[in-house]
Design a protein around this ligand. Structure first.
Ligand SMILES: [Zn+2]
Length: 467
């Protein structure tokens, strides 16, 4: 296995999209999309006749590839198996630790490759993997202390998608109710590094280039797991590392009310305030969830232009609560989307739930347009993962796109002018017909071109892990 793998881009290609949408393009018909290698060379609407001869026809709505800005690949093994036992986030976490405990580099490669292949089938061209399962049982480092991270990078390559490995600093086992930092114990020992500085030394051994790239399809980012898992004194080392490489810096923020209470008891500050004090908030940062942020936190996040990544299906599945999407966006935080625990992998579902959450809490419709939500799923998400050259249908950009059927049982009948609204509010991952990443076919006619039987790959890998 190698950390410097690359996607094989094809040479010059062209496609003719019957309908295409992107933030820059708007909704246009008969869009000729041309690429050379891994980049778009020209995107031209209203093309017909001989100019489009030889182009591959894209039937449906073509959009920038989706960016899944928050993923824990191994959580996918828990889909369905925790739904009959009740409990809370905290009891679910115990089951999640049991899965983490069983993984090794071989089984994680098999599992993550299958999960990322499922993502490709859902139109996801890039994943932000919030990675904290670093070490072997008992916290003993593998011979290569980054072997699990390299495994995830290789898994993304096998699935044909791009990855930002958000390598996570995780140093303590949580905050007690009265605010004391707890030692790592049990499975958590596999997540830990000695300190923030020790984390940085380990991550540097992945040998990123000057801007954090570790291959054509992979780049490194940093993550502070949460105020529960990283003492404030250790956070600056992680923030400084991210600043050195201009890398993304992600953190779970205020996912749980109990986290807020313990943080206030420990630090007399909210989680957002602790991160701000550590230099961890800014335009390259992402606050994941931000479900229970208070008004001053929303100002702090927005004022720093920190992204907020909402994961509504996971937040609903784990009974976390409904985040304040409109408020954080209004204060200046660009929104992104993640499938997080992979209760489902469907960014269209995540997108519409952001609007639905606002409707359920306000009693009114129309807080986000379909274009707002589509941008969160694509352009903004890519930027938050350190790929500003992806997520748009434009010359010079990375040649990624997804095509979604407009003739499925879920999308048929919508007027062409409402194609984007039909897709965002009615389509599902099952309607994804094509995915091209870096100019290369990854999904064609609904079939994965690199992983021939994704359900079999998932069931085999999950069977190995669950036993
Ligand atoms: Zn998470």
């Amino acid at each position: 296995m190698t950390g410097t793998v690359s996607l094989e881009a094809s040479t010059a290609r062209s496609w003719l999209a019957e309908l295409a949408w992107s933030p820059a393009l708007g909704l246009r018909s008969d869009v000729l999309i041309e690429a050379s290698g891994d980049r778009f060379t020209r995107v031209t609407p209203d093309v017909s006749g001989p100019a489009a001869s030889g182009a591959t026809r894209l039937v449906g709505l073509t959009m920038p590839g989706f960016a899944n800005a928050h993923s824990h690949a191994f959580h996918r093994a828990l889909r369905g198996v925790t739904e009959t036992v009740g409990g809370t986030f905290w009891t679910w976490r115990e089951r999640m630790y049991e899965v983490a405990d069983r993984l090794d580099p071989d089984s994680y490669l098999e599992l993550a490759s299958a999960v990322y292949a499922e993502m490709a089938l859902a139109g996801i061209s890039c994943v932000g993997e919030f990675h904290y399962l670093h070490h072997g049982p008992g916290g003993v480092s593998y011979t290569d202390p980054n072997v699990m991270g390299r495994t995830l990078i290789e898994a993304a390559r096998r699935a044909g998608i791009r990855i930002t490995l958000l390598d996570c600093c995780y140093l303590s086992g949580g905050l007690s109710g009265d605010g004391r930092q707890q030692p790592l114990e049990g499975t958590q020992l596999r997540f830990g590094d000695s300190s923030g500085a020790g984390w940085a030394v380990r991550v540097d051994a992945l040998r990123p280039d000057a801007v954090g790239r570790i291959g054509a399809h992979a780049r490194l980012g940093a993550a502070i797991h949460s105020v529960r898992a990283v003492p404030p004194s250790e956070m600056p080392d992680v923030a400084i590392w991210s600043h050195r490489y201009g890398a993304p810096l992600h953190a779970h923020v205020s996912e749980q009310l109990a986290e807020n209470r313990a943080c206030l008891a420990a630090h007399r500050a909210t989680p957002a305030e602790v991160l701000a004090d550590a230099g961890a908030l800014g335009p390259r940062s992402t606050a994941v969830h931000a479900t229970h942020v208070i008004a001053s936190d929303i100002e702090l996040l927005g004022g720093s232009r920190c992204h907020v990544c909402m994961c509504p299906t996971t937040e609903a599945d784990l009974a976390d609560g409904i985040g304040r999407a409109r408020a954080v966006a209004d204060e200046g935080s660009p929104l992104t989307l993640g499938s997080d625990s992979h209760a489902v992998i469907d960014l269209l579902e995540e997108a519409r739930r952001v609007e639905h959450g606002e409707r359920l809490t306000s009693g009114e419709r129309g807080h986000f347009t379909a274009a707002d939500l589509a941008a969160a799923a694509s352009t903004v998400g890519h930027a938050s993962l350190g790929w500003p050259e992806a997520g748009e249908l434009t010359a010079g950009g990375l040649a990624d796109f997804v095509t979604i059927a407009l003739d499925s049982p879920r999308t048929a009948g919508a007027p062409r002018a409402a194609a984007l609204e039909s897709v965002i509010f009615g389509a599902s991952a099952a309607d994804v017909r094509c995915l091209v990443v870096s100019g290369r076919d990854v999904v064609t006619d609904g079939h994965h071109m690199l992983v021939p039987d994704v359900p079999l790959a998932l069931s085999t890998a999950i069977g190995t892990v669950l036993g």
